[in-house]
Write a protein that binds this ligand. Structure first.
Ligand SMILES: NC(=O)c1ccc[n+]([C@@H]2O[C@H](COP(=O)([O-])OP(=O)(O)OC[C@H]3O[C@@H](n4cnc5c(N)ncnc54)[C@H](OP(=O)(O)O)[C@@H]3O)[C@@H](O)[C@H]2O)c1
Length: 330
């Protein structure tokens, strides 16, 4: 396992983290026993960074992680936990109220209770609330640090200008943002802001929600209730064009005797030492496959071929439906 200093924590964490979203049914049914075995295997293999959220499975994800870490494993991992999104009855993401001091305190305390721990390592705002000044939101998160409920605080999907305003109130440890071959938005200013402010960049969905790993060809392959049904890039209209680009990943993978998932993660790792991919999985097989990405040394020719297949903005379709797109980069 490779380790690097994570943001301004002064602590070294594994360069590849474990995203726990799919362990709570986001992408089809999950099996708790296998999910817990996956977390244990990750720790055995040196993973020290776990990503979760209060909204994953409405508390299930936290309870699952809490169960997995019983018996002395808590101190072996850095728990990065997000506030989660507020959803309307129709499932649409709601902006209003997600960054108020009252909600942040309530979410933080509920998260600690479900995880069965005293202190989070990082408490991360999932989406900036456009109805609350970021200074007020971050001020409320800073009070949770003072009270020992979290060691560090972070933002997700925040714009570079928001990061700069936020750090004037309290230091941030990292920015979590979607970053993969087909989502390169952070290259337009977020990565530079992270460098400038000393933040780590947690690259979420490095496998394009499984699409870039080549195992999900489109909506037909998804179970009922799978979150990806509403993602435009998986639609009948867009999946064909996106699949053609995935062929370039498979070509590079074949040349290395690697899997497409490993190439996707190796590409993110090659973006810089402060970029920490957090591929999500719910099985030991996928976990072990993903961690071998650190053995894949992409050449300049590989990177050029991948760049040619995935220039910024090339993916067909937005990454989220309209309500989701309205909540990012604020
Ligand atoms: N801040 C945010 O708004 C936000 C949004 C989304 C996600 N996240 C975080 O980022 C993490 C990663 O993102 P993600 O899980 O949404 O997407 P992802 O990592 O791009 O892809 C996950 C999907 O890829 C599949 N997969 C994993 N390893 C594979 C392999 N080696 N070969 C083939 N398929 C493989 C997984 O299947 P299995 O599950 O069956 O193993 C799952 O369906 C999440 O777990 C979550 O912690 C944050």
């Amino acid at each position: 396992m490779e380790y690097a200093i994570f943001g301004n924590t002064g602590e070294k964490l594994s360069r590849v983290g474990l995203g726990c979203f799919s362990m709570s049914g986001a992408y089809g049914a999950a099996d708790d026993a296998e999910s817990i075995a996956t977390i244990h295997r990750a720790i055995d293999l040196g993973v020290t960074l776990l990503d979760t959220s209060a909204s994953y499975g409405r508390g299930h994800n936290h309870q699952l992680i809490g169960k997995a870490l019983k018996g002395g494993l808590r101190s072996k991992v850095f728990i990065h936990s997000k506030t989660g999104t507020i959803r309307a009855d129709d499932g649409a993401s709601v902006a209003q109220g997600s960054g108020t001091p009252d909600r942040l305190r309530q979410v933080c305390e509920t998260s600690l209770g479900n995880l069965g721990i005293e202190t989070l390592d990082a408490f991360c705002l999932s989406r900036v609330d456009p109805t609350v000044p970021i200074e007020e939101t971050v001020g409320a998160m800073a009070r949770l640090v003072e009270e020992g409920k979290t060691r560090f605080i972070a933002l997700s999907e925040a714009a570079p200008g928001t990061l700069r305003r936020a750090v004037k109130v309290h230091p941030l440890v990292s920015l979590q943002y979607e970053y993969s071959l087909w989502t390169r938005d952070v290259e337009s200013g977020h990565l530079a802001a992270c460098d400038e402010l000393g933040l780590g960049l947690m690259a979420y969905a490095p496998l394009g929600y499984g699409f870039l790993a080549g195992t999900v060809a489109g909506r037909d392959a998804l179970e009922e209730g799978d979150t990806r049904h509403k993602f435009p890039r998986f639609s009948d209209r867009n999946a064909g064009a996106n699949r053609e680009r995935v062929a370039a990943i498979r070509k590079v993978a074949d040349a290395h005797g690697a899997t497409p998932a490993q190439v996707c993660i190796a590409w993110v790792l090659a973006r810089g030492g402060n970029v920490f991919p957090i591929p999500g999985c719910k099985s030991r097989a996928h976990l072990e496959d993903n961690l071998k990405a650190m053995d894949v040394a992409l050449t300049a020719e590989d990177l050029a071929a991948l760049d040619a297949a995935f220039p910024p903005g090339a993916a067909a379709g937005d990454r989220y439906p309209p309500d989701g797109m309205a909540r990012v980069n604020l």
